[in-house]
Design a protein around this ligand. Structure first.
Ligand code: NOJ
Length: 801
């Protein structure tokens, strides 16, 4: 989606940029540098007021009418939210929600998952409270409600935002049948550190890709209109920077420069806001010393002023109270005041708004006008969702809304597209190990994740139920018959006995192929509060893998994980490796169809897969440094005499095990050279494209490449567009993703992937933190992943040569 620009009047521009220009001029005189080579455009990102439902005049009138009738205490009540179900964090000890609701002291509840229970609470709010304001029920619908889909990291590996949108729609339909009208999703925390367990909940490391999914999830949850009974409010979280937790330790502090924040961490949230997201959740982490839940820069200046956000800012679970632990408040009243004044509308679970906010307003410490503004945000959403007209749900329809055949089929489809084939070596017969033949005599199915239904649901299950899951073992037995599948668990996830390993080795010896289903414990080792310093296979699974491989039988390794794992031995010795993430309820059928070639893998990594923990954080869109190490293979000392004084490790390669964007399929593809349809670009053309005001905007640059399917199976390939900008006022990454598309290519066929490169591909946050374009050298790749493709170059010039 296009970023929006506002061009200021010439006088305003002059006033705004004069000090900057003066500084730049003096700097250039002093340093004799090329200060005037850059021409930042004086443009600010324009608020888009995207969600017309949240700024609708009829709703506005109703909000104002209601506000006039409310006491300060009732207003505060709208900003108070509790978990009234299964706790997913430290509790408050409160259980008196019924009484509080009757007094109008609660605006939202969550973790209530049946229609009977939501109706019961709603009845109290609507029938017993003085102003009859309905409550808004929320839940963590992270990858489905009852129909569980793959974890979000897996969904992002599809590189198909439409699948995410359809999955979110299913979740909205199911959850709304129980009265839940608010999803605490999507999680848009860009993350470069797989030690952080919550990478499982996000979409990986790239702002362009995460933004594409952000828009899709919002569309899926909110549908065409929030008023539809099947639409629910999206909540883009965790705002912001949470994914940069130092050392990958959950809840840890973050230090992110304004440049990096604006260029990488904020764009997914901006994309969600532009798509109309009705709410944002403020994060736990401190950001440059200021907790994200008390950060007026991100919550007020960026979110409200620059982006024009009209929806709710909800705190994360007790993140208001945690301001005391952060050390910026010595008591609850100060914590409530600081969070509120920084822009947090609703207090999730802390109970501090309930305890202190009314007093703060009565004493004048907080203005009533500010209170009104926050209440408006909440009431707007409730009106937009139609809760005042339809506060209840039909309990009789609840169960029929779950697990529809279409939803289950979609879950399988998404899972199939999420699998990333990391390796598929040729065997001695000259054919790759995968796909397996239907005629195979027998298969050893080994490993703790081959038949564990609950594990397939990952870390957030919502209403997901192991009983709804078809495991790999049951799907394989269904396909091949029980006698052809030799199952041995071989190991638990974290422990194994020698006898278990021996049984697995024996099963492998008696079979044609060994399929090992190994990996992490989804609920325990991935997601929130699940950071790890050691990313190997847990327990004795590596030993199991090596023992089975030692039988000489061909091995297919299926990795179930919420993050890239460190698997150097497997990457070298195991012929076929499939990253399966946690695939959801259709894990077994999706995997079996993939293993036997009924469908081909199409997934690509949305996160760089490291070789060792010591390389972390590792991400493809890194800066070049002043002393780049040129490495074309994985050897730490290529040819034994690499340069010492370059940016590298003594004992490890800089290269990842598998790069961002990487994924194989069951055929081979050959990429031709990247071709550009122009030899030069002009700065004013790009500015025109960015401002989108000219009717004669020039044709955008086209980048293309031929892709030939050199194998014998059809392929659906995600073709990626990358650029590098050089000669810029700030260092730009060695590559940045600027587009992707999926094309299907028949065996022997050559297809041309053509990208219209938008003006945004050349824009970046410059050294003044202004989103701008400059006359620069651009390198473009049309490539299968972030580490391949042939470069093509073009210059952006101030004037025609
Ligand atoms: C804490 C988590 O950080 C957040 O993602 C979640 O939405 C809330 N708990 C509510 O469960």
């Amino acid at each position: 989606m296009r970023q929006q620009y506002r061009f200021c009047s010439p006088t305003r521009i002059l006033r705004a940029v004069f000090p900057v220009l003066l500084f730049a001029h003096l700097f250039s005189l002093l340093t004799l540098s090329r200060a005037f080579a850059q021409t930042p455009i004086a443009a600010a990102l324009k608020p888009t007021h995207p969600n017309s439902e949240l700024s609708d005049s009829a709703i506005e009138a109703r909000v104002e009418e209601l506000l006039k009738k409310m006491t300060i205490e009732e207003k505060v009540g709208q900003l108070v939210q509790y978990s009234a179900g299964q706790p997913t964090g430290p509790g408050t000890g409160r259980t008196d929600y019924a009484d509080m609701l009757a007094r109008g002291e609660i605006g939202g509840l969550f973790n209530i998952v049946t229609a009977k229970d939501t109706n019961a609470f709603q009845r109290i709010a609507v029938e017993k409270s003085r102003l009859h304001i309905p409550i808004l029920f929320g839940l963590d619908l992270i990858h489905g409600f009852r129909t569980e889909f793959p974890i979000p990291l897996g969904i992002s590996a599809t590189w198909d935002p439409q699948l995410a949108e359809r999955a979110a729609r299913v979740a909205a339909r199911e959850a709304s049948a129980t009265g839940i009208r608010w999803a605490f999703s999507p999680m848009l925390d860009l993350a470069r550190d797989p030690r952080w367990g919550r990478v499982a909940e996000g979409e990986g490391e790239d702002p362009f890709l995460v933004s594409a999914f952000a828009r899709a999830y919002v569309r899926g949850y909110q549908g065409r209109s929030l008023k539809s009974a099947e639409s629910i409010l999206a909540c883009a979280k965790h705002y912001v920077g949470y994914g940069a937790a130092e050392a990958g330790r959950d809840y840890n502090s973050t230090e992110i420069s304004e440049h990096t924040l604006r260029q990488y961490y904020l764009p997914p949230f901006r994309a969600a806001v532009d798509a109309g997201a009705g709410s944002i959740m403020s994060a736990f982490n401190s950001l440059n010393g200021i907790p994200a839940s008390a950060n007026a820069f991100t919550l007020k200046k960026v979110l409200r002023q620059e982006w024009g956000f009209q929806g709710i800012v909800d705190s994360d679970w007790t993140s208001v109270g945690e301001l005391m632990n952060h050390g910026i408040a010595n008591d609850g009243a100060t914590a409530a005041r600081k969070a509120f004044q920084a822009g947090v509308d609703m207090d999730m679970v802390s109970s501090l708004y309930h305890e202190h906010l009314a007093n703060l307003v009565h004493s004048g410490a907080v203005s009533e006008a500010d209170l009104d503004e926050s209440v408006r945000h909440v009431l707007r959403a409730k009106f937009a969702l139609g809760l005042f007209e339809n506060p209840y749900v039909d309990e009789k329809k609840e169960s029929s809304a779950m697990l529809s055949p279409e939803a289950v089929t979609l879950s399988r489809e998404v899972a199939e597209h999420s699998f990333v084939l990391l390796k598929n070596d040729l065997l001695s017969n000259g054919s790759p190990l995968l796909p397996l033949s239907d005629d195979i005599k027998s298969v050893a199915l080994l490993g703790p994740l081959a038949d564990d239904a609950n594990q397939m649901l990952g870390s957030w299950g919502a209403l997901g139920n192991g009983r709804d899951v078809t495991t790999l073992r049951s799907a394989l037995v269904k396909k091949l018959g029980g006698t052809r599948v030799h199952f041995a668990k071989g190991s638990e996830i974290s422990t194994a006995s020698d006898a278990q390993i021996k049984a697995a080795v024996d099963a492998a010896k008696n079979s044609d192929v060994a399929i090992l289903a190994l990996g992490e414990n989804g609920p325990e080792m991935t997601g929130e509060a699940a950071s790890r310093t050691n990313l190997d296979l847990p327990g004795r699974q590596e030993q199991l893998l090596e023992a089975v491989a030692a039988t000489g039988k061909p091995v297919v390794l299926i990795v179930f994980s919420g993050r890239p794992l460190i698997l150097p031995w497997a990457a070298e010795h195991v012929p076929s490796i499939l990253a399966a993430w946690f695939p959801g309820i259709q894990a077994g059928p999706a995997l079996t169809r993939t293993l036997f070639g009924e469908t081909s893998p199409t997934g690509k990594l949305s996160m760089t897969w490291p070789r060792s923990v010591g390389q972390i954080p590792i991400y493809y869109n890194a800066l070049n440094t002043g002393r780049p190490s040129v490495q074309n293979d994985a050897t730490p000392f290529p040819n034994g005499h690499d340069e010492k004084f370059v940016s590298r490790y003594l004992d490890e390669s800089n290269l990842p095990q598998f790069p961002f964007g990487f994924g194989l399929t069951y055929t081979t593809l050959r990429y031709g050279a990247t071709e550009l349809n122009k030899s030069e670009l002009r700065l004013d053309w790009i500015k025109e494209g960015l401002s989108n005001t000219s009717s004669s905007a020039p044709t955008p640059l086209q980048a293309s490449a031929n892709i030939t399917n050199t194998g014998s199976r059809a392929a659906t390939e995600t073709v990626q567009l990358y650029v590098r900008l050089q000669g810029t006022s700030v260092s730009e990454p060695v590559r940045s993703l600027k587009g992707f598309q999926q094309i299907t290519i028949a065996p022997g066929e050559t297809k041309r992937a053509v990208f219209s490169v938008p003006s945004e591909a050349f824009a970046f946050w410059n050294d003044q933190n202004i989103y701008s374009v400059e006359p620069v050298r651009v390198t473009v790749w049309v490539a299968p992943n972030a580490a391949s493709g042939t470069p093509a170059q073009i210059e952006i010039r101030n004037k025609a040569n």
